[in-house]
Design a protein around this ligand. Structure first.
Ligand SMILES: [Fe+2]
Ligand SMILES: [Fe+2]
Length: 131
């Protein structure tokens, strides 16, 4: 199941970073495919756990690069990463109550969040630091 589609407007202007982001989106879609149609709480919990882990691994790399470079926007950028991870944690209850609606909410929040984060924080970061 496709939760997220890559769009040209997501590009941060650095090919290797765009590739990383595309792979992250692919991974999210693969995880979503694994639980398609599932109504079992365990499977959904595992899915959200893996999704959270995959996304935070990507964020950790960016935060390390920012810390190493003494990047001035580190704190705000990190706070935006935390906001998405928190949203994913909060979605657990929605999924258990209503898996269809949970998936819809997750799709909306990932699309909105990635759309704005790539175009703002990540574009500025990779514009300043390159890869
Ligand atoms: Fe990123
Ligand atoms: Fe970021």
């Amino acid at each position: 199941m496709t939760l997220l589609n890559w769009q040209a407007k997501y590009s941060v202007g650095v090919a290797s970073v765009d590739y990383e982001h595309q792979r992250l989106i692919e991974m999210i879609n693969e995880l979503a495919t694994e639980i398609e149609g599932s109504v079992y709480t365990d499977a959904i919990e595992l899915f959200l756990g893996e999704l959270h882990a995959a996304i935070s691994a990507h964020f950790a790399l960016e935060e390390r690069a920012m810390a190493k470079a003494d990047y001035e926007e580190l704190e705000d950028h990190k706070a935006d990463h935390e906001a998405l991870l928190e949203q994913i944690r909060c979605m657990m209850d929605e999924f258990v109550a209503d898996p269809e609606n949970g998936r819809k909410l997750l799709q909306e929040s990932l699309t909105n969040w990635f759309g704005q984060h790539f175009a703002t924080f990540d574009a500025r970061l990779h514009g300043a630091l390159g890869e």
